[in-house]
Design a binder for this molecule. Sequence first.
Ligand code: TRP
Length: 344
Amino acid sequence: MTDAATANAAFTPRVFSGIQPSGGLTLGNYLGAMKRFVEMQETGIETLYCMVDLHAITVWQDPAALTRNTRELAAGFIAAGLDPAKSMLFNQSQVPEHAQLGWIFNCVARMGWMGRMTQWKDKAGKHSENASLGLFGYPALMAADILVYHTTQVPVGEDQKQHLELTRDIAAKFNHDYGVEFFPITEPVIEGAATRVMSLRDGSKKMSKSDPSDMSRINMTDDADAIAKKIRKARTDPDPLPEALKDLDDRPEARNLVNIYAALAEITPQAVLDEHGGAQFGAFKPALAELAVDKLGPISAEMSRLMDDPAEIDRMLADGAARARTIAAPILKKTYEIVGMVGA
Ligand code: TRP
């Protein structure tokens, strides 16, 4: 067993992850996060998935857009197969214990730790004087999201690894300072390279809703024509697809299209090459486009059906939040007691 596994033996296995409702949903969110989250709900472990609206506002969000994006993300989860009876799906601000524990962690985390976060440095850039205090404290709130449920496993992308290490540091410092074994040392479950969807314009960059070029991504709301056009125009190299996976090592754009095909078809990348090795992109791209339209069409149709009834989405999120609170409230209460708050 790893150290973390030993330290966690006393904790019930529990999965938590968060996604920012700060823009439209892309194929990258679907394959890299939502599809995996839905699969984890089938393992029998308790699963909590949270739309982190408090994190989103660490940079400016138009209020109407924030509301719409939160509901759209929820609709995307359900359309992708999340079962609201099995998983708890909710937005962060409806469970006030996140922000409350976040404050305690603001007092545990050190300025120096936060200043070393690469995401902070990237996002604040040279103008950190103008960044919000919330953006600086972002990772402490993220640690609270995770630890307020005594979460043992957090599925995230590679880019969140440093934040999870900080979460472990915060848990360890809290436990040490107060002389308790209260917070678990959380395990990251990092997505494999095969589920990381890259930009259609640049195979070295992650597919992102914030990329200025819409051609770089497939949005979950794109129609069949848009999907086909983006795949047809995706950047590639002039060579045909190889037979062996290792021959894709230095062909990031080709590798990306093969990975996307594999993830959508739920087969291995090698199985894609067994079928399409030797093919030119002129033949492979239409096959990929057809597969993508086939798989994504029903999801986006279901999303727009759900979006027609926002009150139903809101009811479902309120129910998820109420169930999440039954776990978070006693953990926050105990934290307050440990810290010495009167009345906790
Ligand atoms: N920082 C994460 C991201 O941008 C989102 C997030 C917030 C999160 N709180 C979390 C992810 C807790 C996992 C667990 O992707």
